[in-house]
Design a binder for this molecule. Structure first.
Ligand code: HEC
Length: 307
């Protein structure tokens, strides 16, 4: 009895719901044609207002950019640009020499250790020799004293200053940023580094830079606290490459690119492998799919009424 009652109730509910849906549908149909003229006018006005506000915002934003005195970096044809091109490792090695001889006087690279150079730009014994050339504070020893020892492969590149305040004090208040990840931290990456290092010039007429600052159109604002660091023959390369300012800028940019993306070459190698594997698998799975579906795709469903 109870079962029959719920059965009836359910059937009634279903009926009510079905008719409800039908009702809703018929009342919800509305088109632009039968929309009230006033409503159309209001919507149109909102559209026009919104569009002109966006245009005005864009124009105002452009007008305060003062972009004539600032240069955007050019895109240079790096040899590692191609999707399958590795970094130029001879260039990384020269770039390390530039960093060590020039930039390391002011910039730290605290996330790069000497062991990272092994197999990239130096052999193990060469990297060891590089590490041993620096003195590292270690300790305490058995007498509780800190002591200096030659560097080891596991040591990180030394910081030229003991702290940020000392770094600022030595550079007219400007803090030389850590260069470990600089190519990822600036728009343009290695292009920016190259442009910045080679972009020093006299300020244009009417522009003066404060004492202790230098004009560089690639730096935001144009006045940078870093003096031009690279001049022709400011150092010598161990492989005999002529050390022109642009050569050094290019090499140090490649070195910094490697430092920020040490997985660069591996990444591109993996991409090559992945593309090869996936194209093989794609072909195979396409064939298997056609094979498995062939029965279903060629099936014909026919209705044959029984006589
Ligand atoms: C005499 C010290 C000194 C030397 C040498 C030096 N720099 Fe700098 N560098 C600075 C200072 C100071 C700043 C901060 C400038 C500022 O914020 O106005 C800076 C800033 C930078 C920046 C960041 C610019 C930015 O967009 O914020 C980069 C990149 C850079 N240096 C690269 C180098 C490279 C590469 C070398 C070696 C070829 C080098 N520097 C050599 C002092 C130096």
């Amino acid at each position: 009895m109870a079962l029959a009652a719920t059965g009836i109730a359910r059937a009634n509910l279903l009926k009510a719901r079905v008719s409800g849906i039908a009702l809703q549908n018929s009342s919800k149909f509305s088109t632009l044609r039968n929309m009230a003229a006033a409503r159309k006018a209001v919507l149109g006005a909102i559209g026009i207002l919104g569009g002109s506000a966006a245009g005005l915002t864009y124009a105002l934003n452009q007008s305060v950019k003062a972009s004539e005195l600032e240069l955007h970096t050019t895109k240079f044809p790096w040899s590692h640009d191609g999707i399958f091109s590795s970094l130029d490792h001879a260039s990384i090695r020269r770039g390390y020499e530039v960093y060590k001889n020039v930039c390391a006087a002011c910039h730290s690279m605290k996330y790069i250790a000497f062991r990272n150079l092994i197999g990239v730009s130096h052999t193990e014994s060469e990297a060891k020799a590089e590490a041993e050339a620096i003195q590292v504070k270690d300790g305490p020893n058995d007498d509780g004293e800190m002591f200096e020892r030659p560097g080891k492969l596991s040591d990180y590149f030394p910081n030229p200053y003991t702290n940020d305040e000392a770094a600022r004090a030595a550079n007219n208040g400007a803090l030389p940023p850590d260069l470990s990840y600089i190519t990822s931290a600036r728009h343009g990456g290695e292009n920016y580094i190259f442009s910045l290092l080679t972009g020093y010039c006299d300020p244009p007429a009417g522009v003066s830079v404060r004492e202790g600052l230098y004009y560089n159109p690639y730096f935001t604002g144009g006045a940078i606290g870093m003096a031009q660091a690279l001049y022709n023959e400011v150092m010598e390369y161990s492989d005999g490459t002529p050390a022109t300012a642009s050569q050094m800028a290019k090499d140090v940019a490649v070195f910094l690119k490697w430092a920020a993306e040490p997985e660069h070459d591996q990444r591109k190698k993996m991409a090559l492998k992945a593309i090869m594997m996936f194209s093989l698998l794609f072909g195979l799975s396409y064939y298997v799919k056609r094979h498995k579906w062939s029965v279903l795709k060629s099936r014909k469903i026919a209705y044959k009424p029984s006589q």
